[in-house]
Design a protein around this ligand. Structure first.
Ligand SMILES: [Zn+2]
Length: 117
């Protein structure tokens, strides 16, 4: 399994993706094979960052601004979405990335259990 698809393929432009938002430091795009539900956008810093734990506040602000712009588009189209990143053993690609996902297949909270617990 490729460990850094973003640095190896996406950011250098070796794989075709649909760009949603792009700034000097951050890229939001739709992957060729969506992994979630009705819409799936991935947001990555263009420079390599291992994970959220390694993100500096300055770059974090730039990533957050792109997350907001891309997520607003998804909410406008689908009425809602989830925004998530993974860490540690649950992070399968070792380049910080965020998923913006709408529709089936996205992690769901068990609302009833939360409310009664
Ligand atoms: Zn990388």
């Amino acid at each position: 399994m490729r460990q850094d698809w973003y640095c190896d393929e996406v950011i250098p432009g070796r794989v075709e993706v649909e760009v949603v938002v792009e700034t000097a430091t951050v890229l939001a795009f739709r992957p060729p094979r969506p992994g979630f539900g009705r819409e799936h956008v991935i947001v990555v810093p263009k420079a390599h960052v291992d994970s959220l734990l390694d993100l500096t506040p300055a770059l974090g602000a730039e990533v957050l601004a792109v997350l907001q712009r891309a997520a607003a588009q998804v909410v406008a189209r689908h009425g809602g979405c989830q925004v998530l990143t993974t860490l540690g053993d649950e992070q399968h690609n070792r380049h910080l990335h965020w998923h913006i996902a709408a529709g089936e297949g996205v992690a769901r909270f068990v609302t009833a259990a939360v409310l009664s617990g």
